[in-house]
Design a protein around this ligand. Structure first.
Ligand code: XLS
Ligand code: NI
Ligand code: NI
Length: 437
């Protein structure tokens, strides 16, 4: 097949002095940080949906993307050709992973059987290309939100047949993920929520969502799929409210329905900010529960209130993200998945390279800065000292559950009054972070 990017060779690491826009300045995949290479730490993934299916259309206008390899048709042949182009891109970029929805890679047919046949025909090409390039599948997922049948939700639809369709689609997407050696499988509840509570039986809908996840857990065992299941929190868009609204809501949902041992969270930056949180907050919430699995690396625009899915270039963001990721032991099955799209105005194929190179460099810097902050140790020591009163005396007794309320009262009656006599030192700590950036 003719090359889709004939003027671009493999993107190489040239170091911080390089002025070459098609080179990495900070992402040297072989560089070792905290005992692992950058490649092993970051586990970069390219998303199929934005990068190879994004048209640049918005509510006010048609697509703008120039994708000369794509004939614009919905044929299986075009999808197969596109898959080869995708792998040429991912290989030249040097990302070790990719991710897809079932309907990104293959066209939907008139029936589920036809869709599954199309999916298999493209999956064959994906398999070949994975073998040829060594690029692996980070996770697969089913698109349970685009087709009009999901207008009232997928597993949370008021219509049981729609639930059944969604479940059958998940079954197939899990099978293909398994066949392609996927390291994970993600559930993002695109339309699992409501537009108005006037027509919604919320309890029943949530029970149905849990039912689908239990069915998937059972089927996973049955087919011997060892990949990690993820839930991806998002508060709104397309619905007014989604049941998987943020990390805390997801954890509560998983606990309530006895699903927590089977799932981790896939935290997306732009979803965190839509929920009114920082990415760091969401990562800490997931990490504290032992459920930090993977990240969808993007960023929103502070002035816009929707999921703009921009490529991350903010070094503070990547630093705080990697501080939390390292704190909870790094990625195992997960990775840094660029769920991000080039702007509608960035319509040339080469923009796909610039976007990913920028994101990868930003994360490489964030990782190295985070590791330097950890090595320096002052930040961690400050936090440790801040809680020192819990390490001995009454604090240790309370933490270990050895102090009764009566004993605690006696202790404080003897003290008379207490003074929280240490400063929070936010400004000092912000300056400390800036020493490394
Ligand atoms: C949409 C989500 C979606 C998931 C996969 O906002 O981020 O792209 O990552 O279904
Ligand atoms: Ni996402
Ligand atoms: Ni998103």
């Amino acid at each position: 097949m003719k090359s889709a990017f004939p003027n671009i060779s493999s993107i190489a690491y040239e170091g911080p002095q390089s002025k070459n826009p098609l080179a990495f300045k900070h992402y040297n995949p072989e560089e070792i940080v905290e005992g692992k290479t950058l490649r092993e730490h970051l586990r970069f993934a390219v998303v199929y949906w934005h990068t190879f299916r994004g048209t640049g259309s918005d509510p006010f206008g048609a697509g703008t993307m120039q994708r000369p390899w794509d004939d614009g048709s919905n044929s299986v042949k075009n999808a197969q050709k596109r898959a080869r182009v995708a792998f040429e891109f991912i290989q030249k970029l040097g990302a070790p992973y990719y991710c897809w929805h079932d309907r990104d890679v293959a066209p939907e047919g008139k029936t589920l059987a036809e869709s599954n046949k199309n999916f298999d025909a493209v999956a064959e090409v994906l398999q070949e290309e994975q073998e040829r390039t060594g690029v692996k599948l980070l996770w697969g997922t089913a698109n349970l939100f685009s087709n009009p049948r999901f207008v009232h939700g997928a597993s949370t639809s008021c219509n049981a047949d729609v639930f059944a369709f969604a479940a059958a689609q998940v079954k197939k997407a899990m099978e293909v993920t398994h066949e392609l050696g996927g390291e994970g499988y993600t559930f993002w509840g695109g339309r699992e929520g409501y537009m108005t509570l006037l027509n919604t039986d919320m309890k029943r809908e949530q029970e149905h969502l849990a039912k689908l996840l239990h069915l998937a857990v059972g089927y996973k065992k049955q087919i011997g799929f060892k990949g990690q299941f993820y839930i991806e929190p998002k508060p709104k868009e397309p619905t007014k409210h989604q049941y998987d609204s943020d990390a805390a809501a997801c954890l509560n949902f998983l606990r309530e329905y006895d699903l927590l041992p089977h799932f981790k969270l896939n935290i997306e930056t732009n979803h965190a900010t839509l929920a009114g949180h920082t990415m760091q907050h969401e990562l800490e919430t997931a990490g504290a529960a032992g459920a930090l699995g993977s990240i969808d690396a993007n960023t929103g625009d502070e002035l816009l209130g929707w999921d703009t899915d921009q490529f991350p270039t903010n070094i503070y963001l990547t630093t705080y993200t990697m501080l939390s990721v390292l704190k909870y032991g790094g990625f195992t099955t997960g990775g840094v998945n660029f769920d991000a799209k080039v702007r509608r105005e960035s319509f040339e194929p080469i923009d796909l390279f610039y976007a990913h190179i920028g994101g990868m460099d930003a994360f490489a810097r964030g990782l190295k800065i985070a590791a330097a902050i950890r090595k320096d140790g002052r930040l961690a020591e400050f936090v440790k000292q801040r809680y020192a009163s819990w390490d001995t005396g009454i604090g240790a007794k309370i933490e270990s559950g050895k102090a009764s309320l009566k004993e605690i009262e006696a202790y404080i009656l003897k003290q008379g009054e207490v003074t929280p006599n240490t400063s929070g030192r936010q400004e000092y700590l912000e300056n400390l972070i800036n020493e490394f950036i």
